[in-house]
Ligand binder design. Structure first.
Ligand SMILES: *Cc1c(COP(=O)(O)O)cnc(C)c1O
Length: 356
């Protein structure tokens, strides 16, 4: 079957009309991969599925929201768009802006975005501006500026972003034939957790599914405002995509976890890196560190006996893998041992390979 992108596939659920000029890079339809090796490690008690959002056109789930945000902005006559970004929003905004010939301005925290993401925004021709400040400060500036000038804001404060991103919940239900028991995901600015919860509820209301999953949101230890109960002035974590101290949709994130009977927890950088390596080495899936927090959270909860209280004997858990590992190659290299350098002889190769 030909995949037309999320707007055409889920048109009836989205805020578009026949007049909306659809801008798409054929985002969505990402694989839901059964993690056989990982599931065995959970002693058959958990079936883990991985929603590999890194396979979207610009390498993250942001494309689902951007196709809707940009199409609707164009319909309203926009000539320029703007966002603050920890990296992936800027990569996505820049690509969709290029496709639709819109001007794109992105504000990033200086020195705090992964190399792959920066390279995308630059090459797609966005006006990339680095501020001596963090994401939260960048977002405040963008809110100010877009309220005064005719520039459309495309951060997840924009409701069209949420509408597009909820389609990932639809896809999961369409593949499983039901909603999962649990869904784990990273929480940064909290747009995505809001979007998934909205998607699952809408599918249930439309009679497409009978149940709702419990939503498990995870924040990094040094950037966990929703766990601590107050904004974090200087958020810190190596998972730069979720290095956010004052989430714009924090209230909605708390509501999603409470209403669904899930939770929001904080996870250390060490646990994130452990899960990052497990995904790569046991399942063959390369993600950026922020995405690995989904699995890190499941491992932590499993060890605590969290899933034992579930009524079903085997629980289905979907981990959202939000971004591709190639976004942050520096991290992958830092966490690995460098290749040995040897003379170009058969003997030397076989020795290092462990055959001699
Ligand atoms: C944007 C992003 C997140 C955080 O999503 P929010 O909607 O801000 O909570 C997590 N992981 C990756 C890879 C991202 O790009």
């Amino acid at each position: 079957m030909h995949w037309p992108g999320v707007i055409e596939h889920y048109r009836e659920y989205l805020p578009v009309t026949e007049k909306t000029p659809v801008v798409t890079l054929l985002e969505g339809n990402t694989p839901l991969i059964f993690a056989r090796n990982l599931s065995q490690e959970f002693e058959g008690k958990i079936q883990v599925y991985l929603k590999y959002e890194g396979l979207n056109p610009t390498g993250s789930f942001k494309d689902r929201g951007m196709t809707v945000a940009i199409s609707c902005a164009l319909e309203r006559g926009a000539k320029a768009i703007m966002c603050a970004s920890t990296g992936n929003t800027s990569a996505s905004a820049a690509a969709y802006a290029a496709k639709s010939r819109l001007n794109c301005i992105v504000l990033i925290p200086e020195g705090a975005i992964a190399l792959g993401k920066l390279s995308q925004a630059l090459l797609h021709g966005a006006k990339v501006i680095a501020i001596k400040g963090n994401f939260d400060e960048a977002l405040n500036l963008v809110k100010e500026i877009t309220s005064k000038y005719p520039i459309a804001l495309v951060n997840s404060l924009n409701p069209d972003r949420i509408e597009g991103q909820k389609t990932a919940a639809f896809e999961i239900c369409d593949v499983l034939g039901t909603s999962p028991d649990y869904q784990a995901l990273p929480v940064g600015n909290a747009g995505n957790i809001t979007a998934y919860w909205k998607g699952y509820r809408e599918y249930k209301e439309k009679g497409k599914t009978e149940n709702l999953p419990r939503i498990l949101g995870f924040q990094a230890w040094g950037a966990a405002p929703l766990v601590e109960g107050h904004p974090i002035k200087y958020p810190e974590t190596l998972a730069t995509a979720i290095r956010i101290g004052n989430p714009a949709r924090g209230e909605e994130a708390l509501k999603a976890s409470e209403e669904s009977g899930g939770l929001i927890e904080k996870i250390s950088d060490e646990e994130i890196i452990k899960a990052y390596k497990i995904l790569a080495r046991k399942e063959g899936i390369f993600v950026e560190p922020a995405s690995a927090i989904s699995l890190a959270g499941i491992i932590k909860l499993y060890k605590r006996g969290y899933f034992l209280k579930s009524s079903t004997s085997v629980v289905k858990v979907v981990c959202i893998l939000t971004g591709h590992g190639l976004k942050d190659p520096e991290r992958a290299i830092k966490e690995s041992s460098r290749p040995k350098i040897i003379p170009p002889t058969e003997e030397a190769v076989l020795e290092v390979a462990g055959y001699l």
